[in-house]
Design a protein around this ligand. Structure first.
Ligand SMILES: *Cc1c(COP(=O)(O)O)cnc(C)c1O
Length: 377
């Protein structure tokens, strides 16, 4: 057998997911550099985009990040327990009704998205007899989160609504920043400038990952990257400047030779055009290797030139690749095939499944054997 020991996956999992914390830290530093002048926060919602908030957030903190964003209150509570007191933790979805006291108990900053949420936070401040800090979001065009233009008018007319709230950050979110010449970018920035002229909040934030790669006029006081930290390309139009963060390998369960005319997988959607060597790999759609990628995409056998195409339907626990031409000795049971990594990049795998890196990452799930490497300081 000619296989290197490291290429065989010995443990009881269908695949191995290696997460490079050093690459995440390097990506944070690169984004921080690119947005120099602005503070670089870190978005770790959805379990750090599926990569494990408990490991990822401390690595970002060690790299220098001090402002963090999650989506939900429960994520904020969990992050506070991971990071301790030395971090500002913002909760993007704001205050669910009746939960304001929990934000205060865990020193979380709600991102207030409506006048109701402003009132809820103010009522708690009144009850406690002190001012409470918060971020305040404005909708500048996405029609998703934040105060509407009419709400902003109300707030300007009735400043008493914020008497008990110390707005430490005013923010909005860009909807089309991955397309640098999309007209919505300039429109949203103009709306944001309009707000800056009307309200005297101390700090402003507009850019997430993609916005960092627009002109520096989009950077303001704080940038909020998520996806780019994890290696997702920030711009659809340009080469990916971020370091790859994950390496996903699937374990070969078995290999078989089939004659021309034999078929592979559910629905018999693949029929072999010639005598073929088929490898069954123990990663399926329950591992976030989406069924929509059936018959598309590929795996890589380290040291073998060319890719092994994924054929037939992806099942819950496995997929099949066409390894015709490969010496079967290179594909023993347990052999590791790269599904995502330096050769088969996240964006390639995502595109084959008809989706984007964001969804691919957050879909990966808990079934892989995970290892974390490259932890800096
Ligand atoms: C998710 C999110 C981010 C991070 O976006 P990326 O595109 O992943 O960098 C920033 N701000 C808001 C409001 C978000 O919802």
């Amino acid at each position: 057998m000619t296989v290197l020991p490291d290429s065989v996956l010995p443990d009881g999992h269908g695949g191995r997911l290696r997460i490079d914390l050093g690459a995440i830290a390097a990506n944070w530093r690169a984004l921080s550099e690119r947005a120099s002048g602005a503070e670089c926060a870190a978005v770790v919602k959805a379990n750090a985009y599926g990569l494990g908030m408990e490991r990822v957030a401390p690595a970002l903190h060690a790299a220098g990040a001090r402002s963090f964003f999650v989506a939900h209150l429960a994520e904020g509570v969990a992050l506070r327990a991971v990071l301790g007191p030395d971090a500002a933790i913002h909760v993007l979805n704001g205050i669910p009704p009746g939960t304001a006291a929990r934000f205060d108990a865990h020193a979380l900053l709600p991102v207030l998205n409506s006048l109701n949420q402003v009132a809820e936070w103010s009522a708690l401040a009144d009850a406690l007899g002190r001012t409470l800090p918060a971020a305040l979001q404005f909708d500048t065009g996405m029609s998703r989160f934040g105060l509407s233009p009419a709400d902003a008018d109300t707030l300007e007319r009735e400043p008493w609504r914020l008497e008990r709230v110390s707005v430490i950050l005013a923010m909005s979110h860009l909807g089309c920043a991955d397309t640098p010449d999309h007209p919505a970018n300039t429109q949203q920035r103009a709306a944001f400038e309009g707000l800056r002229a009307r309200f005297a909040f101390p700090r402003w934030s507009l850019a997430a990952s993609s916005g960092i790669f627009l002109q520096s006029a989009f950077h303001y006081d704080l940038v909020r990257p998520g996806a780019a930290l994890y290696g997702v390309p920030p711009s659809a139009a340009r080469p990916n400047p971020m370091r790859p963060v994950i390496r996903l390998e699937g374990r070969v369960v078995q290999c078989r030779e089939i004659p021309a005319g034999a078929w592979v997988g559910y629905g018999a959607t693949h029929v072999a055009a010639r005598d073929s060597l088929i490898a069954t790999v123990a990663v399926g759609y329950a591992d976030g290797f989406l069924r929509a990628g059936s018959g598309r995409g590929a795996a890589v056998l380290p040291g073998w030139p060319g890719e092994l195409p994924i054929i037939g339907r992806i099942s819950m626990d496995c997929l099949a690749v066409d390894a015709t031409g490969v010496d079967p000795a290179l594909l023993p049971e347990g052999a590791a095939l790269e599904l995502i990594g330096p050769t088969r990049r996240l964006e390639d795998a995502a595109e084959a499944a008809g989706t984007i890196g964001y969804e691919m990452l957050t879909a990966l799930g808990a079934r892989y054997g995970r290892t974390y490497e490259g932890q800096g300081s």
